[in-house]
Design a protein around this ligand. Structure first.
Ligand SMILES: [Fe+2]
Ligand SMILES: [Fe+2]
Length: 252
């Protein structure tokens, strides 16, 4: 199966959203013919009704099934009440032929900080208990500090407990966003993967707008980063599920 992992679209009628970049990124993304598009939050910038309407309309241009969790920006200004109306439950377990996907709302109203809490930890464990398949966990905030993204401020406040659950259960893949830079690292038997921003003008240095393409085969997970402006792709990380070893293009 192929998952397109995109994040931080930031629909906004001010300067945050780059409509030309969105259209270009969407055309490139649609050519990958992914089985599933997983969006790890920040679809809007202020959580406003007209931004939600814009986000709904924009992501209809993206082909295929879309699965979405909210980001901190989507929860602003009562946006947390709009999210379920537009995009469904913010916490869920979905079952696919090759994996179970646990999506979690790591954001809280009017706060940039992230938090999962015991209820969502229980949902992670419920997803893992369906152990006939791979378990993939996704939420907006990051669980470890991300290089090239400035001073650490918004890591989930229960990161220690969350990381412990993920590592003890050997969850193979965790998908996150928020920091507007792509990143991947393996800790123990878990891949932690961040998508950069799909269409926000707030990009960092030369990272630009990017999205991740994740190919899950029987024995391997391979992840590429696609740079929208440059129209290039490079391998971010690959993980051998049998040997439990990996190649990380950032560090090898
Ligand atoms: Fe963002
Ligand atoms: Fe964010």
């Amino acid at each position: 199966m192929r998952i397109a992992h995109i994040s931080d679209i930031h629909c906004h009628h001010g300067s945050d959203f780059n409509p030309k970049m969105f259209t270009k990124a969407t055309n490139m993304l649609n050519n990958y013919e992914s089985d599933l598009v997983f969006i790890t939050g920040d679809l809007t910038t202020m959580g406003l009704l007209h931004e939600y309407e814009m986000a709904k309309q924009k992501i209809e241009e993206i082909k295929g099934e879309k699965v979405i969790v909210p980001g901190n920006h989507d929860e602003r200004n009562l946006g947390f009440k709009l999210f379920p109306e537009f995009f469904g439950k913010p916490d869920f377990i979905k079952t696919y032929p090759q994996f179970n996907l646990v999506g979690l709302a790591s954001s809280e109203p009017d706060k940039d900080d992230g938090h999962l809490g015991r209820g969502r930890h229980a949902l992670i464990e419920k997803g893992i208990a369906k152990n006939d398949k791979l378990t993939i966990i996704g939420f907006h905030h990051h669980v470890i500090p991300i290089p090239n993204s400035g001073r650490e401020t918004n890591i989930i406040e229960d990161a220690g407990e969350t990381l412990d659950i993920l590592l003890r259960n050997k969850v193979p893949l965790v998908l996150m966003g928020h920091r507007h830079v792509p990143y991947a690292v393996q800790i123990h038997k878990t891949l932690l993967v961040n998508a950069g921003t799909f269409s926000c003008t707030r990009t960092r240095a030369h990272f630009g707008n990017t999205f991740n393409i994740i190919d899950i085969q029987e024995k391997n997970i391979n992840i590429r980063v696609v740079n929208v402006a440059e129209e290039t792709e490079h391998q971010l990380i690959s993980f051998d599920l049998e040997q439990q070893c990996y190649h990380n293009a950032l560090y090898d």
